[in-house]
Design a protein around this ligand. Structure first.
Ligand code: AMP
Ligand code: ZN
Length: 146
């Protein structure tokens, strides 16, 4: 982080806790600006979250440079997901507010592999995945981040 709004984390935010290493995650990639890790309630195998290392609740209040870093990170992770899983498609999704079903109030970008006719919709229920399978996918995707 060389300029602009300095990084800031919150005490009680679950994603800030992951950033501080206070709770574990299946890490896919980390650099000075972002962390990418597996969603533990995946809507599809290979569902990854990308978060900026700056606490800010949504796209409406997050400084543009952090939004840019998060989406640039999502682009890199999408490349790695494509290389790893060769899905039929990928959605990059970001929720803001209750109408969009945002459930964690630290800006995050979902990278979601899609299968033709998988029936996924914009709003989804959170159902825990198989942690073993998620961990293995994290390692495979991590190996393809460039
Ligand atoms: P949203 O509903 O768009 O705010 O997305 C928040 C996402 O964070 C959901 O898909 C959750 O499954 C995911 N999530 C919540 N807690 C964790 C966690 N500890 N590790 C990984 N993913 C999480
Ligand atoms: Zn946070």
């Amino acid at each position: 982080m060389k300029s602009g709004e300095p990084p800031r984390l919150e005490t009680n935010c679950i994603f800030c806790k992951i950033l501080r290493g206070e709770i574990p995650c299946f890490k896919v990639h980390e650099d000075d600006d972002i962390l990418a890790f597996m969603d533990i309630n995946p809507i599809a195998p290979g569902h990854v979250l990308v978060i900026p290392k700056h606490h800010s609740k949504d796209i409406l209040v997050t400084p543009a440079e952090w939004v840019g870093k998060a989406f640039a990170g999502a682009g890199r992770i999408a490349q790695a997901v494509q290389k790893t899983l060769n899905p039929d498609g990928i959605n990059v999704v970001q929720a803001n507010g209750p109408g969009a079903k945002q459930s964690v109030f630290h800006l995050h970008v979902h990278v979601i592999p899609r299968t033709m006719d998988d029936g996924l919709t914009m709003n989804w229920d959170l159902v825990p995945g198989d942690m073993d399978a998620i961990g293995k996918l994290a390692e495979r995707i991590a190996a393809n981040v460039e």
